[in-house]
Design a protein around this ligand. Structure first.
Ligand code: NAP
Length: 299
């Protein structure tokens, strides 16, 4: 249980509602900031304004999936009021405060560094990234189905990258009867991909593999789908770039060649906010419970 732990949740989208529910169940004292358009009837949860006083009453602070923008602005789906995390606000936080977010931009990292504040980027964790790969792959399938005039069954898919998202993507495509080739760069990943029934290949063969590709799912956050590769694709091929912005596709060249290509960021929060919120809520509760057990926080 999180009895006595004060958690401040600032901004966010529908995912945060699940987190708030979970923290309330765990008996945490939750203050929510930037939720004025949401009527909350959960016990132990109260609305607050973004003030130094509210920040000073926090053992932990949860920011949205992308913590702040490059100027400290925090997005909130449930409020029209601007929310900005300033240095003045951060300096009001207790020394033991722990800030959580999905992924942090340099602004937030720097602010935390400057004030020696612990910052955890939840999407970096393997458990969170693997669980998030499930709604990501489901969302990717949905977009692929909507943007093609052929079935996934019987198609040839290329999955670029064999990490937490790539493995799940390759498996769901295989489950639907697609012939799946995966691009890897390590021999151990080559062997594992082969063992799992995929057709593995190394980056130097990508242009050759492109010749027969119907669907391409990229998970590599560097430019891999270059003009050279896109030039080899059949005209009906569809590229779905799942890597973080700006993705790994030469979108300008794809458009010029008439190849449909899309960047699809943030799929878990779009296609399955409740599941994505549960993933964050469970992980956060677990981390805060461990901290309480380790006595890292004054009681
Ligand atoms: P990950 O586990 O680190 O996997 C990344 C994969 O890319 C690894 O297999 C890595 O190979 C490979 N790779 C990286 N740079 C490469 C390069 N230059 N050439 C060839 N291969 C390269 O990351 P992840 O959790 O799967 O996430 C992948 C991307 O998807 C990230 O950008 C993440 O932000 C994004 N993402 C998007 C969504 C969405 O909704 N669209 C959801 C979740 C994640 P090695 O193993 O050899 O290093």
């Amino acid at each position: 249980m999180l009895t006595g732990t004060r958690v401040t949740i600032i901004g966010g989208d529908a995912r945060q509602l699940e987190v708030i529910r979970r923290l309330s169940e765990m008996d945490a004292a939750v203050q929510i900031i930037g939720f004025d358009n949401w009527e909350c009837r959960l016990s132990g949860v109260r609305q607050a304004e973004l003030t130094a006083e509210a920040i000073s009453r926090s053992d932990a602070i949860l920011l949205p999936a992308v913590g702040t923008d490059d100027t400290g602005r925090i997005d909130s789906l449930f409020s029209a009021k601007p929310l900005v995390l300033t240095e003045e606000l951060i300096s009001a936080a207790p020394a033991h405060v722990h800030i959580f977010t999905g992924m942090a931009k340099p602004y937030l990292r720097k602010l935390c560094e400057l004030h020696s504040i612990r910052l955890t980027e939840l999407f970096d964790r393997d458990d969170v990234a693997i669980l998030n790969s499930i709604p990501t792959a489901e969302g990717a399938l949905m977009i692929a189905v909507q943007n093609t005039d052929f079935t996934i069954h019987g198609s040839r898919s290329l999955v670029l990258g064999f990490g937490r998202t790539g493995i799940t993507m390759a498996r769901v495509l295989q489950g639907l009867g697609s012939k799946v080739a995966v691009m890897v760069r390590k021999p151990e990943h080559y062997a594992r991909a082969y063992e799992m029934g995929f057709y593995p290949f190394y980056p130097n063969s990508l242009a050759d593999e492109a010749i027969q590709a119907d669907l391409i799912f990229n998970t590599i956050p560097s430019l891999v789908l270059t003009a050279n590769v896109i030039a080899k694709l059949p005209a009906h091929a569809f590229i779905l770039d799942l890597a973080s912005k700006p993705g790994g596709t030469d979108f300008r060249y794809a458009e010029k060649r008439g190849i449909k290509a899309m960047l699809a960021p943030g799929l878990p929060g779009i296609v399955a906010p409740r599941t994505a919120g549960k993933i964050i809520g469970e992980t956060l509760s677990q981390l805060l419970t461990e901290e309480q057990g380790n006595g890292r926080r004054p009681t």
